[in-house]
Design a protein around this ligand. Structure first.
Ligand code: UD1
Length: 429
């Protein structure tokens, strides 16, 4: 298994291009199941999760092609990808595929809406809590689907099609909001969704559905209103920049010092999170082609933060924030409210010398003057990258094991950091 080796202590200076968002790309790719026409997505990042989903969609009958590259163009950069689900050839998403990536469960909505039936394995995915699927089931049942859980599969049927309904989510879920928006777009009549997720990725999907001829209003607010249409067409749509990647590199610069342009980043996608980082002492300014991040010589200040659904501080930046404040000049408190077991990085940051105590869902981090390199490992994507950014700031050598988690969600991580002066390399075994 590959490892990443970091020799810490270098400042980061230069330009880091921000990739298309993984968490926007996945639902957009799944939306291709809603039409027999071609959905073209621009700015799709080259990531293991994207490749896995391509395989999963292929199993249902989705053909894909990547726009021709010019010679010498790096195949690892974001691409324009065409998805065509001319015929749905299989309504089953098998365990072998779904267990690798939780988001693949989301095919349940489009399959049900398009062909009236779906049989989808209950998901696996990151080890960050139980992550049930009750909200998906309940909201699709509100549109008239009959859903049975049998032998580890959700079997959903809507022989006479789905019917619009008024549904209120009892708890905010990004995935269930995506799925309900997709299903309701091909349902008969109007659907109103109260208490949906308001993440930018939800807005990006709604824009895509509208480009496909859907009628979705209110995405990004507390109520989404959808008028069902009988069919959706192809479209060309652009994936938004990755706000989690943006926040991660901003914190990397906060830890190492330096001055970096996060090229293509959109500050409006993570305003509140950037305010938290400013509060921690990182200088962040919006510039024409992205966001400039630098440290003005002052140290890191402690923070007091709870993760919340958007527009609150994202759970996907919690581990990185914890890495950042390990070296703060005081005591920080970080409470995780979204997932109940998202603290695997705590033990590993401690291996680098961090002083963290856990009580329930709250971590108390007493800042230390420096971290020291060590062997570390993490079992989740965002936790892994928090160890990388801590390793960049630690004295001496850090080796991060189980790198495949990073490859799921960070495009060209080592190359981007190397270009800014980091001493980081991959050891392939
Ligand atoms: C998405 C993101 C993930 C991010 C998360 C929260 C993608 C591919 N993944 O995950 O990176 O960490 O949003 O911002 O976009 N829940 C239920 N029942 C359900 C569904 C969810 O109880 O049926 C709970 C979950 O256990 C969790 C909370 O709701 O406690 C939020 O989960 P959700 O927003 O659904 O996360 P994902 O969509 O899986």
């Amino acid at each position: 298994m590959d490892q990443i080796r970091i020799s810490g202590g270098n400042e980061l200076n230069g330009v880091i291009p921000i990739s298309g968002a993984k968490n926007a790309s996945l639902p957009l790719m799944i939306a291709s199941l809603l039409t027999d026409d071609t959905l073209t997505l621009e700015n799709v990042p080259h990531l293991a999760d994207v490749e896995s989903l391509i395989r999963i969609l292929g199993n249902h009958g989705v053909d894909y092609s990547v726009t021709g590259r010019r010679q010498a163009e790096d195949s690892n950069y974001a691409r324009t990808v065409h998805f065509t689900a001319r015929n749905i050839v299989d309504i089953t998403a098998p365990y072998e595929l779904v267990s690798k990536m939780r988001a693949s469960f989301w095919v349940i909505g489009p399959l049900l809406a398009r062909v009236g039936e779906a049989r989808v394995s209950l998901p696996g995915g990151c080890a960050i809590g139980t992550r049930p699927v009750d909200l998906f089931i309940e909201s699709l049942e509100a549109l008239g689907a009959d859903i049975e859980i049998e032998n580890g599969y959700a079997h959903a049927v809507a022989r006479n099609g789905l019917k619009g309904a008024h549904y209120r989510f009892p708890k905010i879920s990004v995935g269930a909001t995506h799925v309900l928006m997709m299903a309701a777009s091909l349902a008969e009549g109007d659907t109103i969704i109260d208490n949906p997720a308001r993440e930018p990725e939800v807005v990006n999907l709604a824009d895509c559905l509208n480009a496909m001829g859907g009628k979705v209003e209110g995405a990004g607010t507390e109520q989404i209103r959808i008028t069902g249409v009988t069919s959706l067409s192809g479209a060309r749509h652009r994936v938004i920049p990755d706000r989690i990647e943006t926040g991660t590199y901003a914190m990397a610069v906060g830890m190492t010092g330096g001055d970096v342009l996060l090229k293509g980043a959109r500050s409006d996608l993570l305003d509140n999170a950037l305010d938290v980082l400013r509060g921690a002492g990182i200088e962040i300014t919006k510039v024409d082609d992205g966001i400039r991040v630098y440290r003005n010589g002052n140290g890191i200040m402690p923070v007091n933060v709870r993760t919340e659904p958007y527009p609150g501080f994202p759970t996907d930046l919690q581990a990185q924030l914890m890495g950042l404040v390990t070296m703060a000049s005081g005591t920080s408190s970080i409470t995780e409210t979204i997932f109940e077991n998202r603290f695997m990085h705590v033990q590993e940051l401690a291996r680098l010398g961090a002083d963290i105590s856990l009580s329930g869902q709250t971590a108390t981090i007493s800042g230390v003057p420096f971290l020291k390199g060590a062997q570390v490992m993490a079992t989740d994507l965002r936790a892994s990258v928090s160890l990388v950014i801590a390793g960049l700031a630690a004295e001496g050598e850090t080796t991060v094991n189980r790198v495949y988690h990073l490859d799921r969600g960070f495009e060209r991580l080592e190359a981007k950091l190397q270009a800014c002066g980091a001493d980081i390399s991959r050891i392939s075994h």
